[in-house]
Design a protein around this ligand. Sequence first.
Ligand SMILES: [Zn+2]
Length: 75
Amino acid sequence: MTKSTTFPTTHDTASRPRAPDARDWRCRKCFKLLGRRSARSVHVNFARGHQYIVSTPVTAVCRCCGTLNEIHKTT
Ligand SMILES: [Zn+2]
């Protein structure tokens, strides 16, 4: 497994979306999209249009495979 720890440390990451995939929060097992990372929060989308913006640490169970996924920090 390889971890992608190539997050830029500058503040203007929004103006230059160099790696859009780096903001995706995906299931570590089946790679299903669970949410989107923001600067200090995680934007979670549910299937029926419910949206939640939560702050880290976040724990979510993948609706596809049931794997527990955690985010401790978004940066
Ligand atoms: Zn999954």
